[in-house]
Design a protein around this ligand. Structure first.
Ligand code: IPD
Ligand code: CA
Ligand code: CA
Length: 275
């Protein structure tokens, strides 16, 4: 007879994620070598990994694995296991690696816990901001322990919108086309360089909205939960959840016109629009 694993307590998973993210954040902040270089490249020569990405993922998976040996993992730097508890940890040990490499402060550790495929707890730790963004599903969003709320929707033309670009030249060219059309229609565009922080910024009211094509589960799992719990809507193409195809986060009232415009502009594919 097979037994169904007991459903986990999201608050307990959150506590574990907070602790692991904090430790990884300290390692990354205090352990960054002055001569930090590129250890490897991934999808293209500008998609870089440093020794610190790898060290941070090891710290996180060792720590969580000791506390919850039956859980699975999906980590950007290679952690991949099924587990038997129904819980899977989705980890970006260093989101914003290019910023980190250059000494820019916008980078974060992102850890989410999924149960049966749904994200139920998430932490984005941004050491250089001295901020921790946390959420459990249905429990609200908090920054350094204080409730977080997204901004009410502005008029579309007054919206400050964050976005990002992938590492492949063909995708970037298509993404630049979308931004070219969008930028005269909104207040302004921001490209901060860390998707987890962009999503957290929607939840904190520091951006009105955010969209990006090409994210991986580890880029968006924790930050999208935080944004939703702070009152934002998240999604992809109309009727679809946020995914690698397209991720959008914005408050109700802005989400819908932004989604419609991104659909019209073809922000979900890499082919240039006919001019
Ligand atoms: C990247 C950052 C960036 C986004 C890219 C991501 P990484 O993650 O979040 O802002 O535009 O799509 O891949 O490589 O720094 O972990
Ligand atoms: Ca990332
Ligand atoms: Ca990363």
């Amino acid at each position: 007879m097979t037994t169904t694993p007991a459903s986990p307590d999201p608050a307990e998973l959150l506590t574990i994620a907070l602790e692991a993210a904090h430790r990884a954040g300290v390692l990354l902040r205090d352990g960054r070598p002055a001569d930090l270089g590129v250890a490897a490249t991934k999808t293209s020569p500008i998609d870089v990994v440093t020794e610190m990405d790898i060290a941070a993922e090891k710290l996180i998976t060792d720590r969580i694995g000791r506390l919850r040996p039956d859980d699975g993992f999906l980590g950007e730097e290679g952690a991949s296991s099924e587990g038997s508890s129904g819980v899977r940890w989705v980890i970006d040990p260093l989101d914003g690696t290019v910023n980190y490499l250059y000494g820019l402060p916008s980078w974060a550790v992102s850890i989410a816990a999924e149960y049966d495929g749904e994200v139920i707890a998430g932490v984005v730790e941004a050491p250089m901001r001295r901020e921790t963004y946390q959420a459990v599903r249905g429990g609200g969003a908090f920054v350094n322990g204080e409730p977080a709320r997204c901004r009410p929707a502005p008029e579309f033309s007054h919206a400050l919108i964050g976005t990002g670009f992938g590492y492949l030249a063909e995708r970037r060219a298509a993404q630049a086309e979308v931004v070219r059309t969008l930028v005269p229609r909104v207040r302004d565009i921001r490209r901060a360089g860390a998707a987890a922080i962009d999503l957290a910024d929607v939840g904190c009211g520091r951006l009105d909205g955010y969209f990006e094509r090409g994210l991986n589960p580890w880029d968006l799992a924790a930050g999208a939960l935080f944004a939703r719990e702070a009152g934002a809507l998240t999604g992809g193409r109309p009727g679809q959840p946020a995914s690698g195809e397209l991720t959008i986060a914005a408050p109700p009232g802005l989400f819908e016109p932004l989604q419609a415009m991104l659909e019209e502009l073809g922000a979900w594919h890499d082919r240039p629009r006919p001019s």
